[in-house]
Design a protein around this ligand. Structure first.
Ligand code: HEM
Length: 403
């Protein structure tokens, strides 16, 4: 590929010339071998980090970086971010992060997620039954990719199934980059009110699920989080786990539709290839495209450049996960690829809480969909598909398909 010289400080979000490749600017930046500056919405110019080894250096243990969105140097996604996320553990460091992460971890271990597999297969089959009851074409984003993670996250939290629409609408707005401040705050308020109601209810109707454990064990029994903090944790888990997995499911379906030989390999032995397929899709799409973000708390040399305390950092996972220094033939989708060095779920201390759950969801979703609907195909020309590259997560607006 011939790359033109990168613009000096291009504005974020970066756009993609080819929907199946990282933004050209990010790739060109990676090829320079050094961190480069970009301009964000408030006119500030944080560093964009595009090389795999540089991201590991920055997000790895001991690096002088902070995830605190209220730090004046943090490269916020919007003016609303410090108010909306300022008190959430995900945007904190050390003692304000780890103890809370430990409260949530038990519900998202590999073992717990694996135990959900039969239930996930059942839910997936129900959704496919509903799909097949329709006359094609249907939008697989609306009727499959978005439905499954909503149902699953409601299952993990213990939120009643019928609440899923309200949850979906609010979380969609919270992660949207270009939504006006007021609308974002309103979506956040509605999600919070919704969860407060459920948590209050769990006090008199306890169960084994996460919301009940948060309120009954951690708020009322141990007192290690306040009620408001517990509501914040519920909101975070919904927001972080819903749109991300949904977008990945949609992108994975598209990749398997347009590369039938990869689909055949997957279906030839799902027990062997479902997991490698998921890791490869995570690498290939790297759909978290505007995170992780950090602010430097000390000076740090990266790729021969001195990054200074107080400066902002934005990691570009799409470019890093196609780094030819790490991945052989990085532009090729190969569902049999076995190494797992991709950083699609992040890297270091803030690495994704829900990764085990998402992995099982994707493994089940793609195999069941193509096993049950072998004639599945796009209902429009590929060129008519719309991808959103302005949001935190890359994904398809819709995926019209028929069978
Ligand atoms: C395919 C689906 C998913 C992708 C691609 C994804 C990606 C990521 C990435 C890249 C990070 C690191 C952010 C950073 O370092 O700043 C992260 C963190 C996180 N993710 Fe996910 N995620 C997915 C699904 C989920 C699910 C299902 C949940 C629900 C529990 C979840 C909850 C979280 C949380 C709470 C964090 C913050 C962890 C911490 O700070 O300790 N994610 N995710």
């Amino acid at each position: 590929m011939t790359l033109s010289a990168p613009e000096e400080t291009p504005a974020l979000p970066l756009t993609r010339g080819c929907p199946f490749a990282p933004p050209e600017t990010a790739t060109a930046f990676r090829e320079t071998g050094t961190p480069q500056r970009v301009t964000i919405w408030d006119g500030s110019t944080p560093w964009l980090i595009t090389r795999h080894d540089h991201i590991q250096q920055i997000l790895g243990a001991g690096a002088p970086v902070s995830a605190d969105v209220t730090d004046p140097g943090f490269p916020n996604t919007s003016s609303a971010q410090p108010a909306v996320e300022g008190n959430i553990f995900f945007r904190k460091d050390g003692d304000q992060h780890l103890p809370v992460r430990r409260i949530l971890n038990p519900d998202f271990t590999a073992k717990r997620s694996e135990a959900l597999r039969p239930r996930l297969a059942e839910l997936t089959d129900q959704i496919i039954d509903d799909l097949l009851a329709e006359e094609g074409p249907v939008d697989l984003i609306e009727h499959f990719a978005l439905t499954l993670p909503t149902v699953v996250i409601c299952e993990v939290l213990g939120v009643p199934y019928e609440e899923r629409h309200a949850i979906h609408e609010a979380s969609k707005k919270i992660v949207q980059l270009n939504l006006p401040h007021d609308e974002k705050m309103a979506a956040h308020a509605s999600m919070t009110a919704n969860l407060r109601k459920h948590m209050e209810h769990k006090r008199s109707h306890p169960d084994e699920k996460l919301l009940s454990r948060l309120v009954n064990v951690h708020v009322d029994e141990k007192g290690d989080v306040t009620f408001d903090e517990a509501v914040g944790l519920g909101t975070l888990v919904i927001g972080a786990g819903h749109e991300t997995t949904a977008n990945m499911i949609g992108l994975g379906i598209l990749a398997l539709l347009r590369e039938p030989e990869q689909r055949s390999v997957l279906l030839s032995d799902p027990a062997k290839y479902a997991s490698t397929c998921v890791e490869e899709m995570m690498r290939y799409w790297s759909m978290v495209q505007t995170e992780p973000r950090r602010v430097l708390t000390g000076d740090m040399e990266v790729g021969g450049v001195l990054l200074k305390a107080g400066e902002g950092i934005i990691c570009n996972l799409p470019a890093a996960n196609r780094d030819p220094l790490v991945f052989a033939e990085p532009e090729t989708l190969d569902v049999t690829r076995v190494e797992r060095k991709h950083m699609g779920f992040g890297y270091g201390i803030h690495q994704c809480l829900g990764q085990n759950l998402s992995r099982v969801e994707m493994q089940v979703a793609w195999v069941r969909l193509f096993e049950r609907i072998p004639t599945l195909r796009l209902a429009v020309d590929e060129s008519e598909l719309h991808f959103h590259d302005d949001a935190l997560t890359y994904g398809l607006e819709s995926l019209p398909a028929t069978w």
